[in-house]
Design a protein around this ligand. Structure first.
Ligand SMILES: Cc1cc2nc3c(=O)[nH]c(=O)nc-3n(C[C@H](O)[C@H](O)[C@H](O)COP(=O)(O)O)c2cc1C
Length: 189
């Protein structure tokens, strides 16, 4: 359901339609769609254009099977997705301003770009933090000085019946957010 505000407003509509869904189909994703998602990721803004991110794209069936072993039990739904993108960065790879870890912001922006491009081409993307980083690094050869910040699953939406009942019930729930007036401070906090 598209809200009144999103009507006729493509970007807001796509932002509001994005969901971290779990019912993935194993249908392969066309190469040009994968490419467009990665392009969207690399065109994100970053602090002083440091582009702290490096993406490791897993689409080979054998590698995917190995990587599935590293998923937390709660993220077993990810095994159906035909594409996993490991978004990695060096902890000292971004701007050091204010003592804040800006590399995380760079990475976050690139991930959101990818998630929105996925919506745009009719796909679903789901970012996660539930997996064994050491194991994933060993399987994929991510260098020691890089951290895996998130693993994003991409794919077409599949059948809800593939999920266990508890997950399915959760999935049916409407996505919610805190209201704007509890989030925004105009002129003064
Ligand atoms: C950094 C990060 C880590 C997340 N880790 C997980 C995860 O391990 N497993 C999972 O099912 N969802 C994970 N999510 C998805 C969130 O639960 C989801 O974005 C949130 O509930 C809002 O729902 P929505 O994305 O459908 O709007 C993660 C999201 C982010 C941004």
């Amino acid at each position: 359901m598209v809200s009144k505000m999103a009507e006729g407003n493509l970007i807001l509509d796509e932002i509001m339609r994005r969901r971290s869904g779990k019912a993935f189909s194993s249908r392969p994703i066309e190469k040009d769609k994968i490419q467009s998602i990665l392009e969207a990721g690399r065109w994100a803004p970053s602090c002083s254009n440091t582009q702290a991110w490096q993406f490791v794209v897993l689409e080979d069936k054998d590698i995917l099977s190995e990587a599935h072993e590293a998923l937390s039990r709660g993220n077993a739904w990810g095994k159906r997705a035909p594409l996993m993108v490991l978004v990695t960065a060096k902890e000292d790879g971004g701007c050091p301003s204010h003592g804040l870890p800006y590399f995380m912001m760079d990475v976050g922006l690139s991930v959101q770009n990818m998630l929105l491009q996925a919506v745009h081409v009719g796909l679903m993307g789901h970012p996660t933090a539930g997996w064994d980083e050491k194991q994933l690094k060993k399987i994929t050869g991510v260098p020691e000085d890089y951290r895996i910040v998130t693993v994003v699953f991409f794919g077409y939406e599949g059948n809800m019946d593939s999920l266990d009942e508890r997950t399915r019930t959760k999935e049916m729930k409407k996505s919610t957010r805190r209201p704007l007036d509890e989030t925004v401070h105009w002129n003064k906090w």
